[in-house]
Design a protein around this ligand. Structure first.
Ligand SMILES: NC(=O)c1ccc[n+]([C@@H]2O[C@H](COP(=O)([O-])OP(=O)(O)OC[C@H]3O[C@@H](n4cnc5c(N)ncnc54)[C@H](OP(=O)(O)O)[C@@H]3O)[C@@H](O)[C@H]2O)c1
Length: 279
């Protein structure tokens, strides 16, 4: 059941999935001064805390929608909301998670849920939003992919595959919209390591994954995304290190790329092992 807070005149409307923490919450805080918000996630208490904060600070009208986007019923509810509201200016498909183990080691259900969340939910919600936006010739969809769309690592097979799908899907939509001369924008946001709850949920120790210089804040990621929207950029890779890194890596011959990715996979293995050690 949705809950609503805030008052005031109608403003552009931004819908954010996975708004209860990390990058999604950072999007909400950054958009709150000049948008009404639809905040979507499973933890309603966290959404309501955020909505109360945004109401207090900016007078933002925020609707909180408790939804598990891997559940057909909840997904339909959210898609219907996106299709119906004429004020929809921005959809951020941000909800996501990672898993720690090799593909066959963990339970199949979590692998399947990852595909449902990163692929099916993105597909469904983007369809609902674009039907609404293209008709009005305004609006934008940000699909939060990852640097993992370009760089694979072991113990991350479904994650890399689904994030690659998000990037390819967004690029093809970009071509369709450009072909129409549409003013509707799409963006594949591809962050590298970002401080959030992501690695706690995935069971990965941050310090074993990458040196401090490679970690960004959720606010920095969101700022890069919004700047990218202003400049009409399709791919936004926050942080110069990641831009250089992906530019080089994606141009390497497959043999060299695989050698690098094997080393990267070892770091991920250490990050999993470090989490399972007693403190
Ligand atoms: N952190 C990084 O290093 C990093 C790097 C590259 C890309 N990303 C991507 O950035 C996005 C945001 O992640 P984050 O770093 O901000 O992690 P986070 O803090 O763990 O946030 C993940 C969000 O997704 C929501 N979520 C998870 N499963 C859901 C489901 N079944 N239905 C609805 N909502 C669900 C969570 O809310 P509830 O638990 O309340 O449902 C939470 O709000 C993800 O797509 C992730 O893949 C993260």
């Amino acid at each position: 059941m949705p809950t609503r807070s805030g008052t005031g005149a109608e403003r552009p409307w931004a819908a954010i999935t996975g708004a209860s923490s990390g990058i999604g919450a950072a999007f909400a805080r950054r958009l709150a001064p000049d948008h009404d918000l639809l905040l979507i996630a499973r933890r309603l208490d966290r959404l309501e805390q955020l909505a109360a904060e945004l109401l207090r600070r900016h007078g933002t009208r925020a609707e909180c929608l408790k939804a598990d986007l891997t559940e057909e019923r909840d997904l339909t509810l959210v898609a219907d909301r996106l299709a119906a509201d004429e004020r929809l200016a921005l959809l951020v498909n941000n909800a996501g998670f990672g898993t720690p183990g090799r593909f066959w080691e963990g339970d199949f259900a979590s692998q399947e849920k990852m595909h449902q969340l990163h692929v099916t939910a993105t597909l469904r919600l983007t369809h609902a939003a674009l039907r609404n936006m293209v008709r009005r010739d305004r609006g934008a969809v940000v699909n939060v992919a990852s640097v993992a769309a370009f760089v694979r690592s072991a113990r991350s097979a479904s994650y890399c595959a689904t994030k690659s799908w998000m990037a390819v899907f967004t690029e093809a939509l970009y071509l369709e919209l450009r072909g129409l001369g549409s003013n509707v924008a799409v963006q594949a946001l591809c962050p590298g390591f970002t401080y959030s709850e992501f690695h706690d949920v995935a069971g990965l120790k941050r310090t074993a994954l990458a040196p401090a210089g490679f970690w960004m804040t959720a606010d920095e990621v969101v700022e890069a995304s919004l700047e990218g929207l202003r400049r009409g950029k399709l791919f936004v890779i926050p942080g110069w290190r990641y831009r250089v890194f992906t530019a080089i890596l994606t141009k390497l011959p497959a043999r060299w790329r695989l050698a690098f990715e094997a080393a990267n996979s070892k770091a991920r293995g250490r990050a999993v092992a470090a989490m399972s050690q007693p403190l």
